[in-house]
Design a protein around this ligand. Structure first.
Ligand SMILES: Nc1ncnc2c1ncn2[C@@H]1O[C@H](COP(=O)(O)OP(=O)(O)OP(=O)(O)O)[C@@H](O)[C@H]1O
Ligand SMILES: [Mg+2]
Length: 410
């Protein structure tokens, strides 16, 4: 995958003289509070370094005032960075002149906010088509594109409604459609779902992920939230900020299982990992054999895959039963020849299933087949691995409990 966005040493200080004493103090390692007290300047973001891959959902998570909005706005220079560079597709955005910057914003980016203004006296279609009008697109083409975007967010049929006739969730969808209508390379979403009630919010998260998965050319999405569950749920990677600084960047699994600072560890203690960890995080290679395979062939397939089981699959790759190494070996000792004779029915799950849901399939103690969207075998998960992963939640919470009991020392 290609790198889409590179944020290199970005600093933002708010105040009259951002690159004066405040910046010196920052370089000298002074805290945000110290700098504010002495210079009356506010550190919005400091030393932000990261890359976002093309097609990635990169989530910036942190409490109010941690610098999320400032950071995301530095990417399209709605906030002018005090220092550092932002590069998009190899172009240094911080070096663009005003005209080039406008073209960049118009042609490459779309933004969705928590509170965004829809034009109240225009219908939904006209609202969604608005950025295309700004781009100079003719009426017919832009309404066609707007209708397509509305369909993407599940609002077909509401083209001629007015914003006031829609619920908050639906209005938020209109906002998303408006950003999608221009088919932006980069979607900047600042607390876009935060005002929605939990159920609708989850629906919107699912929809965003579906839209992303269904695109030929995936958008790159920078998504801001102060909700860790949301971050872990939709992020390919999550960046955790505090006081303008980045504490950790990692996959949801990294953040949950390998928090790098106490701050991150404290955040994750509330999360039920099984609900956010996916099967694919512990999925292993699986051996596949045909229904007429011999026990010898089954053992060979296991050796090749480096696994201790082989799934019997049909012509489409769909698994039905499983032969474990121990069953194969004892079968052979008992004089049996056919793998089918020692096979047992296999449970199966999709690789994007939450780990917690797999738990109940592990009762037999047999490995569970992992299948793709077409139902073909792509791997296996071991019951003990599932338990160990779920168990790690406990150990993290226990560690945090201990820290707390010792009086908060780390
Ligand atoms: N225009 C501004 N002038 C002065 N200070 C600002 C300005 N914008 C942001 N700040 C300060 O910069 C810091 C980061 O603010 P920012 O809005 O980026 O936080 P945030 O993480 O987006 O918070 P929230 O979750 O509340 O939206 C805060 O201390 C804020 O007070
Ligand atoms: Mg904000």
């Amino acid at each position: 995958m290609a790198t889409k966005i590179t944020v290199d040493g970005v600093v933002k200080i708010f105040g009259d003289e951002p690159d004066g004493e405040a910046l010196d103090m920052l370089h000298a390692g002074k805290s945000k509070d110290e700098i504010r007290e002495r210079t009356d300047h506010v550190v919005g973001v400091h030393s932000a370094n990261f890359e976002v891959e093309e097609g990635e959902i990169f989530v910036v998570m942190g409490l109010s005032g941690s610098g999320k909005s400032t950071l995301i706005r530095c990417v399209n220079r709605l906030v002018e960075p005090t220092g550092g560079t932002v590069t998009v597709d190899g172009v240094d955005i911080t070096a663009l002149n005003e005209r080039e910057l406008q073209a960049f914003r118009r042609d490459k980016t779309g933004m969705v906010f928590q509170h965004f203004a829809l034009f109240p006296h225009q219908d939904v279609l006209t609202n969604v088509a608005f950025p295309l009008k700004v781009k100079g697109m003719d009426l017919v083409s832009r309404e066609e594109a707007a209708a397509k975007a509305l369909a993407l967010v599940g609002l077909d049929g509401y083209e001629r409604s007015h914003p006031s006739q829609l619920s908050g969730g639906m209005q938020q969808r209109v906002g998303l459609a408006r950003a999608l209508a221009t088919e932006p390379d980069i979607l900047l979403m600042d607390e876009a779902f935060s005002a929605l009630d939990p159920l609708i919010r989850r629906q919107m998260q699912d929809e965003l992920m579906d839209i992303q998965a269904g695109m030929d050319q995936r958008n790159t999405i920078l998504f801001i939230t102060h909700d860790l569950n949301e971050a872990l749920r939709i992020g390919d990677r999550v960046c955790i900020m505090k006081d303008g600084a980045i504490h950790q960047i990692g996959t949801p699994g990294d953040i949950l299982m390998r928090p790098e600072t106490d701050y991150v560890a404290e955040f994750v203690q509330d999360v039920d990992q099984g609900r956010v960890l996916l099967v694919e995080s512990i999925q292993e290679e699986a051996a596949s054999i045909t229904g007429d395979a011999t026990i010898g062939a089954a053992l060979e397939a296991m050796d090749r895959a480096g696994s201790n089981e082989a799934f019997v699959t049909d012509g489409t790759g769909a698994p039905s039963t499983v032969v474990t190494r121990s069953a194969a070996e004892s079968g052979r000792e008992g004089g049996q020849e056919s793998a089918a004779q020692v096979a047992r029915p296999a449970e199966q799950v999709a690789s994007d299933t939450m780990l917690a849901k797999v738990y109940q399939l592990c009762g037999s103690g047999l490995p569970v087949a992992v299948v793709d969207g077409q139902g073909a075998l792509v791997g296996a998960v071991q019951p003990l691995e599932v338990l160990a992963e779920l168990g790690r939640v406990e150990s993290i919470s226990e560690r945090l409990e201990e820290m707390k009991n010792r009086g908060g020392e780390s």
